[in-house]
Write a protein that binds this ligand. Structure first.
Ligand code: UT7
Length: 360
């Protein structure tokens, strides 16, 4: 009894931050960002990650044609939770108005959705749950030091969600490979957040992303290729059997390198990193939702989802899509309105960081 996706949805906050916008506050250019990453713009959220996740969840529930009360569990994957205590999954439960359901958060960086699929598959396959909502939402712009051009240009905000249920014998999650290299955890880290933070010594501007881009790049390519080979071997499939590859969207050069090493035809690879930047755990479910909306996924398609991120974590999921490619229903859920631009939303933090790091 494998878990199959019966509903999908995503939520992109309205404010856009273009590369040219970033070039007005830090020493970068549209040309550098597009050439090195493929990113042209990213969304900046005016609300927290739980609110983004709630809207994506409501859209996924409508697409699945099921009520929140029919859920057995809510799993929330994120590295930018709304609060540390309680879990953001429990906040989404409250806002959905569900009286009793299992709820938990997963912190696996950009691999969070792939890990989430494996966890949900375990819950469904063991009979503990019948229907699970898997939400991934990130407000990564909250963490960014806008004077650090090597990091600030890469990330964006957004949310994606899927409803998963037991499918028939032929469909659902066929295999997942998960791994983590804790010895390299320092390559991608937010060092002063959590109980490691000295509440007297540190202030909130100390909370930023530390990052070794080149090291992550190399490990991302080898990790995603390795996990893909494992799931293909486990299921007896060849790479040509894959109909659509929906990789974690961090950098177009990483996606191209993974596609080339695996020998995946480029027209089978779905990308939207140009419009979102890296939305960490949310990137794959946002891409799934857009791919279905654009008619890129057909009934019975074999989906390959490789991912890599903080931890340093890696993984790949191989999933046979079910019969549903049209939503059962549409949700009218929406974020609270905001007309602020991306630059306006980040301006107070960017100003404070510039005053603190005038030389960056
Ligand atoms: O999902 C996992 C999360 N991690 C990632 O997504 C990151 C993975 N890594 C990458 O995407 C790439 O390594 C980067 C995009 C971060 C960097 O690309 P790169 O080709 O590895 O560039 P680099 O770090 O080697 O930097 C090349 C130059 C440097 O200048 P010098 O030393 O050659 O004079 C940087 O200072 O580019 C400079 N640079 C920039 N210039 C303009 C770095 N960031 C920028 C920038 N604008 N934003």
């Amino acid at each position: 009894m494998a878990a199959t996706i019966t509903g999908w949805g995503h939520c992109a906050p309205p404010a856009i931050l273009t590369n040219d916008d970033l070039a007005t506050i830090t020493d970068t250019s549209d040309e550098w960002i597009v050439t090195r990453t493929g990113i042209r713009q990213r969304h900046v959220s005016h609300v927290n990650s739980g609110q983004l996740g709630l809207v994506a969840a409501q859209r996924a529930l409508a697409a699945a044609g099921c009520s929140p009360e029919s859920l057995d569990a809510i799993v929330f994957a994120s590295v930018s939770p709304e609060l540390i205590i309680p879990s953001t999954a429990s906040l989404i439960q409250k806002r959905l108005g569900v009286a009793d359901v299992a709820a938990m958060d997963l912190n696996v960086g950009c691999s969070g959705f792939v890990y989430g699929l494996a966890v949900v598959n375990g819950l469904i396959g063991s009979g503990v749950c019948r229907r699970v909502l898997l939400v991934a939402a990130e407000r990564l712009t909250w963490y960014l030091d806008w004077t650090r051009r090597d990091v600030a240009v890469l990330f964006g905000d957004g949310a994606g969600a899927c409803v998963l249920e037991a499918g028939d014998a032929e469909e659902g999650l066929l295999a997942a490979d998960l791994g983590n290299d804790g010895a390299a955890a320092g390559a991608l880290m937010v060092p002063n957040f959590g109980t490691a933070m000295d509440r007297i010594k540190h202030d909130m501007l100390d909370i930023t992303v530390d990052f070794d881009g080149r090291e992550i790049f190399k490990r991302a390519v080898t990790g995603m290729v390795r996990s893909t080979h494992t799931v293909l071997e486990q299921t007896g499939h060849g790479i040509d059997d894959v109909d659509v590859m929906i990789p974690h969207q961090a950098n177009l050069r990483i996606i191209d390198a993974v596609g080339q090493k695996l020998g995946v035809a480029s027209d089978k690879v779905f990308t939207n990193v140009d419009r979102y930047g890296n939305t960490s755990a949310a990137s794959i479910p946002i891409a799934i939702s857009e791919a279905v909306e654009q008619g890129r996924i057909s009934a019975g398609d074999l989906l390959l989802m490789p991912a890599f991120g903080a931890g340093l974590s890696r993984g790949a999921a191989l999933l046979r899509w079910g019969q549903r490619t049209n939503p059962v229903d549409q949700s009218d859920a929406a974020l609270p309105e905001s007309s602020a631009t991306g630059l306006e939303l980040i301006a107070p933090n960017a100003k404070a960081m510039r005053e603190r790091n005038p030389k960056n």
